[in-house]
Design a protein around this ligand. Structure first.
Ligand code: 0A1
Ligand code: ZN
Length: 887
């Protein structure tokens, strides 16, 4: 397994395909103990290459070849060569037809890649290289073909038969089976192929496009979930409208379908006209899904829909270009979510996520550029760097070009490359051609890995009334790229300068005739570069990197009073929050130091007064207040530490939360009660203003519970028992689970499980809340929960809900100094390696971060990685991550 498949693939080795597939005609006969796949491929020599005909090497894995024909000639064993992963034949003419029949076993496919069964239905996942587990094919994104698909199955068990494109024929057979044929007129690579057969119900709606075409929209789910689909349908219609208005992109088929499946490795998949979704990314209604889940559904529905243009109509030439479609599409869905909700809050959440998780990836052993140049297993490269940092790169292009030129660039890109498989360079070229801006240096963001550091210093000259900011950039070494090999990035720094009253000053750079606004973007392009502002009558306070205009680690020596001033006065909402975060980080780091030295912990009262001011500011958006009150998480504090002291981080943060509760009890209690009262009297609405009210209510409750007051316990119990929505109920459950009130905790957990035992997604929340509880004994609780009848390692959502939540959110228990958490995680990785390699390899990420910790933990973590490596046959997925993290 390992030796054959774990070879490294390099971007520099890319070669155009020898042959093209003009038409693909597929027939699936679905049975309970096997499936037969017939494929007819209408092929020809790639006309861009010399005329002689090399051997045709088709990809194929885990296929049992039953039949093979080249044009009219039946091929026998001597006419082709088979390996574990290829089928080779020698064409004799430039145009030919290959016919194959293979037998496959979706019923025993636990890797959830290719064709598999989930809760009794057949479904597919072909990205990135799953199609080769369905039939012999040129399974690469630059081979684009039209597809006709016929599928047949038992009519009772699988009344619904779906594939890409439009339905063109269907019929019944006399043995209880039926069939349907679908035709997709748009050429696509195999990774966008999909098929579904099952007993499903659907909600149907219509959308009229900007050119007045009517599109049928259908969302298919298991019958018991039909009441949880409306939110996804509303989100889909909003997405279709938004893509027309903001990008001028219209939907192209007569029908657009979404199918929800319970067993899915990722969030969802953009198969042409037939998106397949993890049920957690479709199903949402007040009683069973939180506000966060509602927002996630809206974002993922949009993301997959937007791929119809950014990914499907224009696709990737090879998998090194993955961010071409993913970075762009995340950038598009983030802008959509910002428009649908609060833009500042969306930005805050995205940045907090990026800085906690992507920055950690960038600093770890799997760090890679947005456009990687080598991989072993492409499934390992569906990363935060490709997606989230890729989106930041697009956001910087947008910032540098401005909205109008960016839109011209995207129009040109779609027009120029419609129907093609292209590269990140092609995208950037379209942006350059449309805007006239040279992005040559900017492209280093695609090729250099690691998070740049940007140190900023200031100099004020009172006599000359000038203010100079000096920027110094550098980027730490990453695997295969030394620090000194990295060249300066183009870093757009959006900024303003505040006067003593907190107003933005007009900004005029030396050499400019007049001031140009009071908020502007400087392009930092050199290793060290200064900018001097003139006419500055008093020493200003800079507000730097507004809106987080570049994914860098900026440092500027603010003191705490300055940060408090920015928290109150900065005209940029994001930077008001950011000032609060920096203040919290300073205060928490001080506490961490005290903890490490065994001193008495003393919280800087300025954090208390800053948060009191936010809490009492009725003019602030409540969601902003909630964000202001959220202290930087333990994972972020870990990321920014040189050597993370797990216990000190946890101790310091909990101490700060406790002190804040004691000091701010009254205003928190007032805000809580006022909001709870409104929630009690308002039907659930999935909109920004309501999300904001509940967010503040819930964060207030989680502080208040630390106060050990009977009235708060009573309020939490009341919220748990009487609220009509999962947002309030789950928070109440979480605060009880983390509380010392053992009887109430057990009772609530039991009541919740009894009420929701038949709803797998709600049970996932129940698992997560317990997995994340930092009370002592976390591992034993998780191990006990693995025996719960609702838990199974075969379902990725369950693995994430219990095991990943433990390793990722319960840092004190996972990093227990006896190594028990590490051993447990490694045991699960070893079991999952055989069942589902993609999930196994994702699960092991926390162990790969061993360099962050002290010597004792380092040794324990490495020991577990070595144990995994020695555990036997490793999948390429797990092998790549383990071997790179030990290198
Ligand atoms: N393209 C999908 C994500 C996706 C990627 C890989 C998968 O299986 C390995 C599944 C889904 C998206 O960006 O939504
Ligand atoms: Zn995507």
């Amino acid at each position: 397994m390992r030796t054959e498949q774990s070879k490294t693939i390099y971007l520099k080795d890319y070669q155009a395909p020898d042959y093209l597939i003009d038409e693909t005609h597929l027939t699936f006969e679905l049975f309970e103990d096997h499936t037969l796949v017939h494929a007819q491929l209408v092929m020809r020599r790639n006309p861009a290459l010399p005329a002689e005909l090399p051997a045709l090497v088709l990809d194929g894995q885990q296929l049992e070849l039953l039949h093979l024909k080249l044009d009219d000639r039946e091929l026998g064993a001597g006419d082709y060569q088979l390996t574990d992963s290829t089928l080779t034949v020698q064409p004799t003419q430039a145009s030919f037809v290959i016919d194959s029949t293979v037998r496959i076993h979706p019923e025993s496919n636990t890797a959830l890649e290719g064709l598999y069964k989930s809760s009794g239905m057949f479904c597919t996942q072909c990205e990135a290289e799953g199609f080769r587990k369905i039939t012999y094919y040129l399974d690469r994104p630059d081979v684009m073909s039209s597809f006709t698909t016929t599928l047949s199955g038992d009519k009772q068990k699988y009344p619904i038969l779906l594939s890409n494109g439009n339905p063109i024929a269907s019929g019944e057979e006399d043995d209880g089976r039926h069939w349907a044929t679908w035709e997709d007129p748009f050429k696509k690579p195999a990774y966008l192929f999909a098929l579904v057969a099952g007993d499903l119900w659907c909600v149907e709606d219509k959308f009229t496009t900007m050119s007045s075409r009517e599109v049928t929209l259908r969302i298919y789910v298991e019958p018991e979930n039909i009441d949880k689909v409306q939110h996804a349908m509303d989100s889909l219609k909003k997405s279709m409208k938004w893509d027309e208005e903001v990008y001028g992109r219209e939907y192209d088929l007569d029908i657009f379908m979404i199918v929800a499946v319970n067993d899915f490795n990722m969030g969802a998949m953009e198969n042409k006209g037939l998106n397949i979704f993890n049920s957690s990314a479709v199903l949402a209604r007040a009683e069973t899904a939180t506000d966060a889940a509602h927002q996630r559904v809206e974002a993922i529905v949009a993301h997959e829909y937007f791929h119809n243009w950014s990914g499907n109509r224009v696709t990737c030439r090879d998998w090194f270009q993955l961010s071409l479609k993913e970075g762009f599409t995340v950038f598009r869905d983030a802008a959509f979510s910002a428009d649908m909700n609060s833009p500042t809050v969306k930005r805050i959440q995205d940045v907090a996520y990026l800085r906690t998780h992507q920055f950690a990836e960038d600093a770890g052993p799997m760090a890679h550029p947005v456009r990687p140049d080598a991989y072993m297993e492409i499934s390992n490269f569906y990363t935060l760097t490709i997606y989230e940092k890729g989106a930041e790169v697009l956001r910087m292009i947008h910032t540098l070009l401005g909205a109008e030129a960016f839109r011209k660039g995207s129009d040109l890109y779609f027009e120029r490359h419609d129907g093609q498989a292209v590269t990140c360079d092609d995208f950037v070229k379209a942006m350059e051609d449309a805007s006239g801006v040279d992005l040559t240096q900017f492209k280093r963001w695609y090729t250099q890995a690691g998070t740049p550091r940007l140190a900023v210093s200031e100099r004020y000259d009172a006599a000359a009334k000038t203010y100079t900011l000096t920027f110094t950039q550098s980027c730490p070494a990453t695997p295969g790229q030394s620090e000194s090999s990295k060249l300066p990035f183009v870093i757009p720094v959006e900024l303003g300068l505040l006067d003593g009253q907190g107003n933005d000053l007009p900004l005029r750079l030396q050499g400019e005739a007049a001031a140009v606004g009071s908020n502007r973007v400087l392009s930092v392009t050199e290793a060290q570069q200064s900018f001097t502002f003139v006419d500055i009558a008093e020493k200003p306070l800079p507000s730097l990197l507004r809106g987080f205009s570049a994914p860098v680690k900026l440092s500027f020596a603010y003191d705490r009073d300055q940060l408090m001033f920015l928290m109150q006065h900065d005209s940029d909402g994001f930077n008001r929050w950011e000032a609060g975060q920096q203040l919290s980080v300073q205060v928490l780091q001080e506490l961490i130091g005290q903890h490490q030295r065994g001193e008495k912990l003393v919280l800087d009262g300025r954090l208390v007064s800053a948060l009191r001011t936010s809490l009492q500011d009725d003019s602030l958006d409540q969601a902003m207040v909630a964000e202001m009150l959220s202290l930087p998480g333990e994972a972020y504090l870990t990321e920014i530490s040189d050597v993370a002291d797990v216990d000190a981080i946890h101790g310091a943060r909990e101490f700060a939360r406790q002190q804040l509760t004691d000091a701010l009890f009254e205003p928190l209690w007032q805000r809580y009660q006022a909001n709870r009262e409104v929630s009690r009297n308002t039907p659930y609405v999935a909109e920004a203003e309501h999300f904001a009210r509940r967010a503040l209510q819930n964060i207030a409750l989680s502080y208040l519970m630390l106060g050990d007051k009977p009235e708060v316990l009573a309020a939490a119990l009341d919220q748990f028992e009487t609220s009509d929505n999962m947002t309030e109920r789950l928070t109440a459950l979480a605060v009880l689970v983390n509380s010392p009130f053992e009887a109430e905790r057990s009772k609530a957990l039991a009541a919740f499980a009894e009420q929701f035992k038949d709803n797998a997604l709600v049970m996932d929340q129940w698992f997560s809340v317990q997995a994340a509880s930092t009370l002592p004994g976390g591992l034993a609780r998780v191990q006990a929960l693995m025996e719960h009848p609702a838990f199974t390692l075969k379902n990725p959502n369950k693995v994430r809900a219990l095991i990943s939540a433990f390793a990722g959110q319960n840092l004190v228990n996972f990093h227990a100094i006896d190594g028990s958490g590490y051993r447990f995680l490694a045991d699960q990785v070893i079991v999952l390696n055989a069942l589902n390699p993609q999930i196994a390899s994702r699960l092991l990420a926390p162990l790969t971060r061993w360099r962050k910790y002290g010597a004792e933990r380092q040794a324990l973590m490495k020991g577990e990685l070595e144990r995994i490596l020695a555990s036997g046959e490793l999948s390429p997925d797990v092998y790549e991550v383990v071997s790179k993290s030990l290198a």
